[in-house]
Design a protein around this ligand. Structure first.
Ligand code: SF4
Ligand code: SF4
Length: 464
């Protein structure tokens, strides 16, 4: 049989035992300053998450990520497949942002803003504490026989879990199809929206399964961000860390005894509150979501025995080893500046994106046409994509010294969120043409407002 070493806890994740069996975590309910702060953060998150799909701008949702129809709305602006480069750039900026943020600030996002942590720790676990009692009572309940009391508690808890999963599921779906479509599905006969209902039920079942059984395993084995921590964090990254210099050698506190040991009184409170089942005193571990529950638990114990708080705290590994207080290092400031620049670039690109996308092409297979009164004409096709929520009448103009635009048919009206096409001639005096191929600038106008300028090549007779 293999012997255990000091590091053997790293051979398997905290929720799996040596035999590969899942260890169910009965985490004690945290309480303390950080838990209260996380509760307020949760409130803000919930207001945003559940409220955002209802906010509209010009009749469309403020945010919609309709991957099914390829329609994306961000801050009320519609993005089309033609804006793919903006998304591509956005993704690159996002990945860079995540990498730099994590190198500097560790898993702060996991503990404070990740929807998985917020739903599991701040909503579902609270419902569980309310329905089944604290960690010890839950353990006893699960181990005990199926009495009427146990059936009642389990039924209440699971019904609420299912209801909350359903609410999360419909909100999640509303980010994809929009609230209006969701209301349509809910109010029209079931048979007209069988697919919509089946999707809702499947998504609800997935959320219910995650928060009832799978729980912290999402962070430990599924989440790609969690898996990246091993390569992103270094000894200067901020973590929830145990000050081993101050805490060791650990040992129980004894009344009226002059303490010669370290400050850790080995009360195990930090382990008991940990929702991923680890002992932070073993050092940085991939299971730690930086939820800060152990900081609160340890601070509570430190105050109780009259020792300074902060034995477990936000710190870097080097900070602990060098007994340094947490401060903004040059690296953090530099990364924050880079992050701010990246975000500014993306915001600038989004803000400067034009309302209309235009493509002008000379008619295929045609060179130029000799026209009356010594004029030369080139035929063009134009395609306009209106990315806004309003109809846009469009006129084409060019410098009258160079040539004249003759529309074939009426001026173009590009309907909201639509594509319009048209044909037009550019007519020039033959005498003014000095080159076989010239590049012309055509102005796209809506009323007096110039939307953009496009370039088109004009072919004339061979140069004289
Ligand atoms: S070690 Fe502490 S911060 Fe990390 S997951 Fe456990 S309780 Fe949360
Ligand atoms: S809560 Fe603090 S004092 Fe208690 S075991 Fe954990 S680190 Fe030691």
């Amino acid at each position: 049989m293999e012997s255990k070493t000091a590091d053997s806890f790293r051979d398997h994740i905290g929720t799996i035992d040596e035999k590969g069996k899942r260890k169910w975590i009965y985490a004690q309910k945290p309480k303390g300053r950080l838990y209260s702060m996380r509760s307020y953060t949760t409130l803000i998150f919930l207001v945003i998450f559940f409220g955002l799909p209802f906010i509209k701008m010009n009749g469309d949702p403020l945010f919609m990520l309709n991957v099914i129809e390829g329609k994306f709305i961000l801050f009320g602006s519609i993005f089309w497949p033609q804006d793919l480069f903006l998304f591509g750039l956005g993704m690159v900026i996002f990945v860079l942002f995540i990498a730099l943020f994590t190198i500097a600030f560790g898993r702060v996002f996991c503990g404070w803003a990740c929807p998985q942590t917020i739903f599991l720790e701040m909503i579902f676990r609270r419902i569980e504490y309310w329905a089944e009692g604290d960690a010890t009572t839950q353990r006893a309940l699960n181990k005990g026989p199926w009495t009427s009391e146990k059936i009642r508690k389990k039924a209440i808890k699971n019904s609420i879990f299912f209801l909350v999963s359903f609410i999360i599921s419909v909100t999640f779906i509303s980010y994809i199809i929009g609230v209006d479509k969701l209301i349509q599905i809910a109010t029209e006969p079931f048979a007209s929206h069988t697919g919509g209902w089946i999707t809702t039920i499947i998504v609800t079942a997935v959320f219910y399964g995650i928060y009832t059984r799978f729980r912290e395993q999402i962070c430990l084995v599924v989440c790609p961000y969690g898996r990246l921590q091993g390569v992103l964090l270094d000894r200067n990254s901020i973590l929830v860390a145990y000050d081993y210099l101050r805490g060791e050698k650990r040992g129980h506190i004894k009344k009226n005894e002059k303490r010669t040991l370290g400050d850790c009184i080995d009360c195990d409170q930090c382990v008991k509150v940990c929702p991923t089942g680890i002992d932070i005193r073993n050092g940085t571990q991939l299971e730690c979501t930086n939820c800060t529950a152990c900081i609160d638990a340890c601070n509570f114990m430190m105050k109780k025995v009259g020792l300074p708080t902060g034995l477990i705290r936000y710190a870097s590994e080097n900070g602990i080893a060098n007994k340094q207080k947490l401060f903004m290092t040059g690296r953090m400031i530099a990364y924050s500046v880079v992050l701010a620049i990246l975000v500014s670039v993306e915001v600038f690109l989004l803000a400067s994106r034009s309302d209309i996308d235009t493509t002008v092409n000379r008619a295929r297979g045609l060179r130029y046409q000799e026209m009356a009164e010594g004029k030369i004409g080139n035929l063009y096709s134009i395609q306009l994509i209106n990315k806004t929520h309003r109809d846009i009448p469009v006129q084409l103009k060019m410098d009258p010294e160079i040539g004249k635009i003759q529309m074939i048919g009426k001026d173009i009206l590009v309907g909201k969120e639509s594509i319009a096409q048209g044909m037009f001639f550019v007519v020039r005096d033959k005498a003014s043409i000095t080159k076989r191929k010239t590049t012309l600038e055509i102005g796209i106008y809506s009323g007096e407002k110039k939307i953009k300028t496009v370039e088109a090549s004009f072919l004339g007779p061979l140069s004289r």
